[in-house]
Design a protein around this ligand. Structure first.
Ligand code: ADP
Ligand code: MG
Length: 693
């Protein structure tokens, strides 16, 4: 199947020279067809003048009014302010940059028509740097007939150019040159809209189209395209999964003696959920098809034991295991646990970190290249070129949401030895709601540890303003007197690690001054490894009562005697992150508490979020709420947002389409395979998303 017109290069269009072609490439446009699928991000409504009294923060609108007052304001920045009114209300136009001519022209009594985004200003509603034109008496207003599309763009590529180019691409459409792959199928769930009708409609909505529906993205034309886009993503994941499964993996056969030994050395029995998940993993490991399994388990559900049991299967079968963690701290903790659990079984454990000295690293690499049966633990240092496995049978990625897709794939590559592909196990404590999991992880099998070890207490969570800090401090004193241990987590909105560490240091000093009888420790990302080790060991051993930390302790740190956690500026963190942090307490049998301290005033949104934390301890529920409040991009983290970049679909808004997308993908994989490649080609950003899956 070929598409002669639509796959031709954009360079053949009018107005596309080398410079524009370069910029178009930046936004993923190379072929004429790419322009057709470069869909508006949103629309502006320039079809009507809105009464000022009816506009609200965030709306992009056209308003018309008479200037009542015009003045220069000297503040932090000099600005020109014009108050306009139309009888229904008033609003302020604010210009930070303005010419002398503008200042002279924009005077009291002048009627102007403005377009811009409404914002809540210091005293009134405002428009900052609106587009505007003077209204001439007796002359009909020049309004647009239809909604104005706003395209995703890049520097130096104007909306107007994009509109002109899409106009050209759309005129080619009229010759029916765009293949409608779905119309060639017999799905009843594809709407009445043909592909070209839908494309034409979303690029250039006609004047009588439903503005509300279009603005919300729920018009049938948009949904027709969203369906096809979700389908393309789904297909690409399935294809990638299929391709991975076609590799040959070592069949890891073992009697389970090592597992038995480990279990008999532990002071507890695995939960039923742990046993079930281990069973699911083992039945994958004995196959010659590589495993690609995600284990989701709430904070504290005991994923490390599951990882250890899987590792022992590989080792008993004569293979190496690689365990990768997203932070040094977590990797080190795994190192401690695995040493404690596996060294009595005479299994060697190799440590690879970016911070190893040259000689240590050389030794570690030699060990790795010469030891058949071993566990290697490390951070993403494990991806490095010089790390060569001798006989990797299983790779385990912990807390995978912290890694990019590329890193996951890089480890997959590493696992290719002598034509055999290592099995892959991925673990996460950020449960992905089912709806999202289907799309985000269609290339993985999923196991869920849906049970916590017995005797765990629900952490009691309170939310208090930071003014009550003194109360909190005296509570720490009494808690420590009882022999309990405490975390104090400092958060900062700034990304700067230096600043975070500085804040944590100051906080630790102040707390130490206020708490005579309490021994205060400090841990943050800037400490040397030995120093971090020393602090963590001292905390483990109970020599430190109060550990002040940055969010480095978010993942995995395990000190069961710690039963109180204070989180400063809790309102700034995502719910999933708060849940992770809170999971550091409540690990022993003791009743544990978490204090979420916030800086007033709390926004409505902030209040809701903290209330969820207070009322819920179930990671799945929290992540569902988090997803609803923040949207999938933020939810999955910036690194993963790449795979979730959609042109028109929206995972929250369009969830109702998922079941049909699933069904369609299945049917196409079975009986319509020839349309898979062109559908993926059309929808995925070339060279980025496609490579990601
Ligand atoms: P996570 O799933 O958050 O990674 P961990 O693997 O760190 O959880 O386990 C949390 C704690 O629970 C550890 O101290 C671990 O030894 C303990 N643990 C794991 N499984 C069980 C079990 N079945 N019964 C009791 N404690 C367990
Ligand atoms: Mg863990």
């Amino acid at each position: 199947m070929d598409e002669p017109q639509s796959t031709r290069s954009v360079a053949t269009l009018k107005g596309v020279g080398p410079r524009i072609a370069e910029r178009l490439k930046k936004v993923g446009i190379k072929e004429v067809q790419d322009l057709l699928f470069h869909l508006p991000l949103r629309y502006q409504d320039r079809t009507r003048v809105m009464p000022i009294g009816s506009v609200r923060h965030g709306m992009q609108v056209v308003v018309q009014g008479e200037i009542e007052l015009s003045q220069i304001k000297f503040g932090r920045r000099r600005s020109l302010l014009c108050r306009i009114s139309d009888g229904t209300g008033a609003l302020t136009l604010r210009f930070f940059h303005f010419s002398a001519a503008q200042q002279k022209n924009l005077i009291k009594g002048l009627r102007i028509l403005c377009f811009g985004e409404i914002r809540n200003g210091p005293t009134t509603l405002e428009m900052v740097h609106p587009e505007y034109q003077v209204v001439v008496e007796d002359q009909a207003l020049q309004m647009e007939e239809a909604l104005t599309p706003v395209y995703p763009t890049t520097e130096g590529l104007h909306q107007i150019s994009l509109r002109k180019l899409t106009d050209q691409a759309l005129s080619l459409l009229s010759g029916d040159l765009l293949l409608d792959y779905l119309s060639q199928t017999d799905f009843d769930f594809v709407s009445n809209w043909s592909l070209s009708e839908a494309i034409q409609f979303v690029h250039r909505p006609p004047p009588d189209a439903s503005t509300e529906k279009l603005m919300e993205g729920i018009h049938p034309a948009q949904q027709r395209l969203a369906f096809e886009e979700l389908l393309a993503h789904q297909l690409s994941k399935r294809i990638s999964r299929q391709a991975f499964k076609e590799n040959k993996a070592p069949s890891l056969q073992a009697k389970g003696l090592l597992r038995k030994k480990l279990l008999s050395s532990l002071p507890f029995d695995p939960t039923a959920a742990q046993n079930r998940v281990v069973g699911e993993i083992l039945s994958d490991l004995i196959c010659e098809e590589p495993m690609s399994r995600l284990v989701q388990g709430d904070v504290g559900s005991g994923k490390t034991l599951v990882a250890a049991m899987a590792s022992l299967q590989a080792i008993e079968a004569g293979y190496q295991v690689a365990i990768m963690a997203p932070t040094e701290l977590l990797a080190e903790q795994h190192l401690l646990t695995f040493r404690q659990w596996l060294e009595p079984l005479k299994i060697s454990i190799i440590w690879i970190s970016g911070k190893l000295k040259a000689a240590e690293k050389k030794q570690a690499l030699e060990d790795l290249a010469s030891t058949d049966q071993c566990v290697v633990i490390g951070t993403h240092a494990l991806f490095q070129q010089d790390v060569v496995f001798k006989k990797l049978g299983l790779s385990i990625v912990d807390e995978q949401h912290r890694f990019g897709v590329h890193q996951r794939l890089a480890l997959r590559e590493k696992g290719n030895i002598n034509g055999l592909t290592a099995h892959q196990l991925i673990m996460t404590a950020t449960p992905i709601p089912r709806t999202l999991a289907m799309t985000a992880y269609a290339d993985l099998d999923v196991s869920i540890i849906d049970e916590l070890p017995p005797g765990r207490q629900v952490v009691t969570t309170t939310v208090i303003p930071e003014q009550r800090r003194d109360e909190v401090i005296s509570r720490i004193a009494s808690v420590c007197k009882e022999g309990r241990q405490v975390y104090w987590v400092c958060t900062l909105i700034e990304e700067s690690e230096t600043l975070q560490c500085q804040t944590a240091t100051e906080t630790a000093n102040r707390l130490a001054e206020n708490l005579d009888e309490v021994s205060v420790g400090l841990i943050h990302g800037r400490l040397k490894k030995e120093e971090k080790d020393r602090v963590m060991q001292a905390f483990h051993a109970g020599e430190i009562d109060l550990l002040v930390a940055t969010t480095v302790i978010e993942v995995g740190v395990d000190v069961p005697n710690a039963s109180l956690m204070i989180i400063e500026n809790a309102e700034r963190l995502g719910l999933a992150q708060l849940h992770q942090l809170r999971g550091r307490v409540g690990r022993g049998s003791r009743q544990s508490d978490c204090v979420l301290m916030y800086k007033p005033p709390l926004s409505d949104h902030g209040r809701k979020r903290l209330a969820i934390m207070r009322e819920t301890s179930d990671g799945f529920q929290i992540s569902q709420k988090d997803l609803e409040l923040r949207g999938p991009g933020e939810f999955l983290g910036t690194r993963q947002a790449g795979i979730m970049r959609f042109r028109i679909a929206d995972l929250m808004r369009d969830k109702a389409l998922f079941p049909d997308v699933e069904k369609a993908a299945q049917q196409i994989m079975q009986s319509k395979t020839e349309i898979i490649e062109p559908l993926i080609h059309r929808w995925m950003v070339h060279g980025t998303d496609y490579a990601d899956v």
